[in-house]
Design a protein around this ligand. Sequence first.
Ligand SMILES: [Zn+2]
Length: 332
Amino acid sequence: MPSSFPSIGFPTIRPRRLRATPLLRELVRETALDVRDFILPLFVRFGRGIKQEISSMPGNFQLSVDRLVEEVGQAKELGIKSFILFGIPEHKDATGSSALPDSGIVQQSLRALREQYRSDVILMTDECLCEYTDHGHCGVLIERAGRIDVDNDATLPILVAQCVSHAKAGADVIAPSGMMDGMVGAIRAGLDSAGFQNIPIMSYAAKYASGFYGPFREAAESPPQFGDRGGYQMDPANSDEAMRETALDINEGADIVMVKPALSYLDIIRRVKDTFAMPTAAYNVSGEFAMVKAAARNGWIDERGHDSDISRPRRGTLVEIGLNLIAFRSGW
Ligand SMILES: [Zn+2]
């Protein structure tokens, strides 16, 4: 026990004194959630007037561009200023080509939001091909010795083109999520040579292969059609590897590093923050959100309980170390 801890105890010391009333508890509360720390994920698709709830993520929707603009307006009224966009294209193919054109769904969304909200919002874009490929993997495929794999180096230029296209359409922050080796460096070089030296990169630096992504794949319509993503996302058993991945991304020019998922990897978030002292984000992923919602719907937990650790202090744990937190909308 540290020497600053009291050497005397009960009855002189009574920790319950400061828990006696809600106001006293509020006065000494160590962490507070601030809406400015939140980044709201939004899913956008072609069409008009579409606002289709994602069944496993109540309160979250697939939106057409017109409804996306409304949704961002409502979220702004709640104080949310940062948004990360995920696109659902009309057509998918082997190389994810619909991620690239100016008329792409994310590009259209960026222009519409920028026109409406100018610099009152931060628009981030998830950068990956899995929403755009017909096989659902995060890059283009190659067969080597009878084994199909994601071709890391052939994927990089497509990813760079996607990022540059989003920057041109108005993205404020580029967020590559595909866990390709060298992706941050390639994107940094691509953005720089296109004149976007000042656009930051928020890298999904330590993104684990996770069962908690299930509801998101419904939301973004991006499940892998065969195999899994274990060949590029990280092994959940590894912690040192997360440090190495994060160090590589920082060396390649990442401005913000992210750990994903959040709640299952609090130890990694702590290690990353302590080791690198970088602006750090955590992604409270769809499955982590859906578990809370499902249990609440069944009456098994009270997600809004007055002193509940389900939403507030639980996320407070993440905010305590100065994180930005990507979290889905609770719909309260
Ligand atoms: Zn992906």
